[in-house]
Ligand binder design. Structure first.
Ligand code: SAM
Length: 290
């Protein structure tokens, strides 16, 4: 494709097709080659890698993915963009443009069918803000056959995903992401590299998907319920928040005894527990069968 800068490319294409961007769809298009290089570098692509891109927009990132990866499947919700994308990639048989909602489509089937022939699969995307966490949770919880997820997202969400226990940003989403993946901060991205400029900064992060969860959990459903309850009221002690949000029918003293048995001070706040401690606690609770 041509050598013009991504900024010129985006502006020209928007003008040529008379497209106005929709904030409701999180349409903030990247116009900085340097950031694009960072995303592509973090994705570690080669001809054996198949990439699922969510929200290609008018294909700035897709174009680079098409050059570096063995196959690309790009899922776009906005029906105005689909014919533009289809036309742009008409000469690229290894690029599939799919119209639909990434929250509803069968992503496993897309990966299997459109990325067939590649041995390693990744998600690389500049995700729409309004649906970042649900999309990411979907990718992880459905255990899609992925090696890497490299995403540009709102900076605050990136901070939460990469936070350490006890910090303000640490939350249920941190623990969930860490259960499935190793999370890495790649780069902070200022708001002026997008058109239109969003009100918040962004960041690129990489999640390396673990073959097995990093801790052994006996009852996954209970584990996630414990994590959610522990963060439901951050200012409360663990014994209080578990009692209020998960086990209202259990005597408080019994709950305190269980926490002590798991080696966890009942006065601690949920936000200080590591992933390993959450696993230990939920395994003990699975035994108690409350
Ligand atoms: N990849 C382009 C770029 O980097 O310039 C555009 C990124 S823009 C932040 C997000 C894109 O996701 C938009 O094109 C938007 O239409 C699309 N989108 C929004 N919601 C979506 C959904 N539920 N499923 C698929 N695509 C979606």
């Amino acid at each position: 494709m041509t050598e013009r800068s991504i900024s010129q490319r985006t502006r020209q294409l928007l003008k040529q097709h008379g497209l106005t961007l929709k904030k409701s769809l999180g349409q903030h298009f990247l116009i900085d080659d340097h950031i694009l290089d960072k995303i592509i570098g973090a994705a570690e692509l080669d001809s054996n890698t198949g990439v699922l891109e969510i929200g290609p927009g008018i294909g700035a990132l897709t174009e680079r993915l098409a050059e570096e990866a063995g196959a690309v499947a790009a899922v776009e919700l906005d029906n105005r963009l689909v014919p533009v994308l289809t036309q742009l990639f008409v000469a690229y048989p290894h690029v599939s443009i799919i119209h639909g909602d990434a929250m509803e489509l069968d992503l496993r089937e897309i990966i299997e069918q459109k990325l067939a022939g590649t041995t390693r699969r990744s998600v690389v995307a500049n995700l729409p803000y309004y649906v970042t966490s649900p999309i990411l949770m979907r990718l992880l919880e459905e255990r899609l056959p992925l090696h890497n997820i490299v995403i540009m997202i709102q900076k605050e969400v990136a901070e939460r995903l990469t936070a350490e226990p006890g910090s303000k940003a640490y939350g249920a989403i941190t623990v969930t992401a860490r259960y499935f993946a190793e999370t890495e901060w790649i780069a902070r991205v200022p708001s002026h590299v997008f058109v239109p400029r969003p009100q918040v900064d962004s960041a690129v992060i990489r999640l390396r998907i673990r073959k097995e969860p990093s801790v052994s959990v006996r009852d996954e459903g209970l584990f996630f319920r414990v994590v959610k309850a522990a963060f439901a009221q951050r200012r409360k002690t663990l014994s209080n928040t578990l009692s209020a949000n998960l086990f209202p029918g259990i005597e408080k003293n019994e709950l305190i005894g269980w926490l002590q048995e798991a080696g966890i001070d009942p006065k601690r706040r949920g936000e200080t527990l590591s992933l390993e401690e959450f696993a230990e606690l939920s395994n003990l609770l699975a035994d108690k069968n409350p």
